[in-house]
Write a protein that binds this ligand. Structure first.
Ligand SMILES: Nc1ncnc2c1ncn2[C@@H]1O[C@H](COP(=O)(O)OP(=O)(O)OP(=O)(O)O)[C@@H](O)[C@H]1O
Ligand SMILES: [Mg+2]
Length: 386
């Protein structure tokens, strides 16, 4: 079923309430069709494939489907199939038995078992290695899988939502993606059009993002010329790019009036378009602009870091148990935490280990809690040998 239009009559009021509840902004026909489809499929267990360019909102759509389903009270587990190294993706998804491979000192549940009763969100499904694809097909067909190192089939009741910004038809043609899995996944295919094909959504997005920034955004006045410029821009990074531009302006600009010169500066700053999700400073900015943004990002990171540390120390105080930090060479081992004697790296290592434990090894959730990208978390896990 390739859903592009709906035969169910959804009232404007119901759609508005739904969008508000799930934070989906947009009034264009294209977004309305997407929302109507979500409202139709959410109550079912049908597999959904969400496609669209980067930054079009695939993840918020996936979350909305889960939150509006009868599984809402159960877990929604996002898995970035593109960010997890090929060698460990399978054990992350399906779990493993003790001794299945070097380092598998205990048996462990995978994401499918953790998501039992809920929804698993297979993000960047187009990047899943072929060897794992066949196993995904099996789960899709009969809910069955095996932990790595086990031959005993297990069953779970999990709803699957997948997303990709790749053209899966092309991937199938290039033999990078299994055709049977592709057919099975796209039972319902929700296509989110790029922002440049639904420019009518731009003013509402701008207004909402400005209001969301808080006081800083409320006083800002965008001139008609500035809005026209945004309406003409091609937005290669889609809604994510628009949100970045608006938030940067709200935080960094000193004046209240934003004219086309100001907007122009920020739009230029975002070009050439690169995937800047993992870079602190998008390329191509003036050095003053880059410096201000870098300082802003560092301050935000510092604040988050301090908050996490506070939380950790508080938690430990309540539990009245020592934090197990790697012992320093000159001080053999010590029973309790002494912050002054610790380096920032040791604290970071302990915090990461602690957070991973808290989320049962789910790196995606741990990265979210630490407010760093999954890629950064992987690097740190490797660096610290965790
Ligand atoms: N219709 C929308 N309403 C409100 N926010 C949106 C909308 N679309 C996207 N966003 C915002 O844009 C950003 C990117 O959205 P999201 O992460 O869902 O995109 P994506 O399609 O998964 O991108 P990628 O392919 O890069 O992972 C988020 O901050 C999200 O909240
Ligand atoms: Mg995404």
């Amino acid at each position: 079923m390739d859903v592009t239009s709906t035969d169910m009559n959804i009232s404007a009021g119901d759609r508005y309430t739904f969008q508000k509840r799930h934070g989906i902004i947009g009034k264009s026909t294209e977004i309305r069709e997407v929302v109507d489809t979500i409202m139709q499929v959410a109550p079912t267990d049908i597999t959904v494939l969400v496609t669209g360019e980067s930054g079009t909102g695939k993840e918020i759509i996936a979350r909305a489907i889960h939150d509006a389903s009868r599984r809402a009270a159960r877990k929604f587990i996002p898995v970035n199939c593109g960010a997890i190294p090929e060698g460990i993706l399978e054990s992350e998804l399906f779990g493993h038995e003790k001794g299945a491979f070097t380092g598998a000192v205990e048996s462990r549940k995978g994401y499918f078992e953790l998501a039992d009763g809920g929804t698993i969100f297979l993000d960047e499904i187009g990047d899943t290695p072929i060897s794992t694809q066949v196993k995904l097909l099996r789960v899709l067909e009969n809910g069955e899988f095996m932990r790595v190192g086990s031959s005993e089939p297990r069953r779970v009741n999990v709803r699957i939502i997948a997303a990709t910004n790749k053209n899966l038809e092309e991937e199938v043609r290039a033999k990078q993606f299994r055709q049977d899995l592709f057919f099975r996944l796209r039972s319902v295919n929700i296509r989110i059009p790029p922002l440049r094909d639904r420019r009518g959504d731009i003013p509402l997005l701008v207004e909402t993002f400005l209001n969301a920034v808080g006081e800083a955004g409320k006083d800002i006045m965008i001139t008609d010329e500035a809005m026209n410029l945004m309406m003409r821009h091609s937005w290669p990074g889609n809604v994510r790019e628009l949100r970045n531009v608006i938030e940067s302006i709200a935080v960094l600009e000193r004046g209240n009036v934003v004219d086309e010169n100001v907007i122009g500066k920020y739009l230029q700053a975002m070009e050439p378009q690169v995937d800047d999700r993992f870079l602190p400073v998008p390329l191509g900015k003036s050095s003053e602009q880059a410096e201000r943004e870098l300082i802003f990002h560092l301050l935000v990171e510092l604040k988050t870091g301090i908050e996490s540390l506070h939380g950790l120390v508080e938690e430990l105080r309540h539990q009245q148990r020592p934090l197990s930090l790697p012992p320093r060479e000159e001080q053999p081992s010590e029973p309790s935490i002494s912050l002054e004697d610790r380096t920032l790296q040791e604290m970071e290592e302990a915090l990461i280990a602690h957070t991973l434990k808290r989320f049962h090894g789910n790196r995606r959730l741990a990265a979210e809690a630490l407010d760093i990208s999954e890629r950064t978390l992987y690097r740190k896990i490797k660096d610290y040998g965790l």
